[in-house]
Design a protein around this ligand. Structure first.
Ligand code: PMP
Length: 397
């Protein structure tokens, strides 16, 4: 049978992360993994989630019925209230519930991208977003930047040259590199988006996992007073649990309307059962206190990893301490290839993700992403001892 697949299948890729995840699994549970992007299971609010589901079941059989494509209205209302504290004004009707923020990325791609269209991205950037863009045959162009965000000059030049459909950014505690854009760079991106009539896709699943409460990071969506330029997506995967698969998106009415229409074709609606349970959970649990607990504990996880990295020579490894999120992004001496290093450390029962696959252009093979949220503090210590020893052994100074 010669399957006559659609042209777009030529663009489909398996993520390097999933492949490495498979290798780690085959190695068995003894591997200490800094590779994934998973939250720490002991911190899950499991009992409260169970009670929330019981409340849904107690409310009768109608709660098991099909629901609206746009999502369970009381939950949209609760999200509308929550985002006010971030300065985002979104009415419940302006919020579309999605199957994780990954679906928000996919739906916007369906609405905006024809084959050959350009998306501007950071470099490195979130792999599964680039997978979605490329699956619609878009062309990715990287904008240069530093730890504060994209350089406005390079951004302007690329907006002029490529007339992209949108600019994709993760400005607060990015995946993979954990960075936070400065207020100036956020404002500059928004100004340029106005000037060149381009949308911004602001992906913010980590913004709540913040280590320094006194610091405030304004979402670009909150700066967009005209409410014309920013499609903002976030998720409960990191703050509640990923398996609920509940994300949401808000933005210009015309865009959200098309996204809702095409969601109908994709999956009719995200699980009404899960959405109702999350509604009860948010109603009856202090999610802000839970997020403060997560942030405090993840800061402790990160500090252990940081202290081990601090014992190494600057020549050997450099990184910027993350102010939130789930990852440390490290650059090792250029004589070290992170993929080779991974093979070596896997033999000693440690795993991480080489940074190369996160680059849209000019991959830096001496970079790596370390997740500090999933392993417990004891495992982080053991894993970091092994990893720092391997760094020292591999380097050719
Ligand atoms: N965006 C970024 C930057 C992510 O890191 C992730 C998941 N790791 C997602 C979106 C998707 O998350 P979810 O679909 O679980 O909301």
């Amino acid at each position: 049978m010669s399957y006559r697949f659609a042209d777009r299948t030529k663009m489909f890729k398996t993520s390097a992360i999933r492949e490495i995840g498979g290798i780690i699994q085959r190695k068995g549970s003894d591997v200490i993994s800094f590779a994934g992007g998973n939250p720490h299971e002991p911190y899950f609010p499991t009992a409260q989630i169970q009670q929330a589901f019981e409340k849904v079941f107690a409310s009768g059989n109608a709660s098991l019925q099909y629901g609206m494509t746009t999502g369970y209205m009381p939950l949209r209302g609760a999200i509308s209230e929550r985002v006010k504290s971030k300065g985002i004004q979104a009415k419940p009707e302006d919020i579309l519930l999605t199957t994780g923020s990954q679906q928000s990325i996919d739906l916007l791609s369906r609405v905006m991208l024809s084959p050959g269209d350009v998306v501007l991205t950071e470099n490195p950037t979130f792999l599964a977003a680039t997978q979605a863009f490329e699956s619609y045959e878009a062309k990715l162009v990287a904008v240069e930047g530093d730890k504060d965000g994209m350089y406005p000059e390079d951004l302007e030049q690329k907006l002029k040259q490529h007339q992209p459909k949108f600019v994709y950014v993760v400005p607060t505690f990015s995946n993979p590199d954990g960075k936070v854009w400065s207020e100036e760079r956020r404002a500059a991106l928004l100004e340029l988006a106005y000037k060149y009539d381009t949308l911004i896709l602001e992906d913010d699943p980590y913004g709540d996992i913040q280590f320094h409460e006194e610091e405030k990071y304004t979402p670009i969506a909150a700066m967009d007073e005209r409410k014309t330029q920013v499609v903002y997506t976030s998720s409960f995967s990191k703050t509640v649990v990923p398996s609920l698969r509940i994300g949401w998106v808000t933005g210009p009415e015309a865009v959200i309307k098309y996204m809702s229409q095409i969601k109908e074709a994709a999956d009719l609606m995200s699980s009404p059962l899960d959405q109702q349970a999350l509604y009860y959970l948010l109603r009856d649990m202090d999610l802000d206190a839970h997020i403060r607990m997560l942030s405090k504990n993840y800061y402790q996880h990160m500090s252990i990893m940081r202290d081990y990295l601090n014992t190494l020579d600057e020549n050997l490894v450099s990184w910027v301490e993350p102010k939130g999120g789930m990852f440390i992004w490290a650059k090792v001496h250029e004589s070290i290839n992170a993929t080779e290093l991974l093979k070596q450390v896997l033999e000693h029962g440690v795993a991480f993700i080489p940074g190369g696959p996160f680059f849209v252009e000019n991959p830096q093979e001496n970079t790596l992403r370390l997740n500090f949220t999933h392993p417990n503090p004891e495992k982080i210590k053991i894993g970091m001892e092994r990893l720092t020893a391997a760094f020292k052994q591999s380097v050719k100074l």
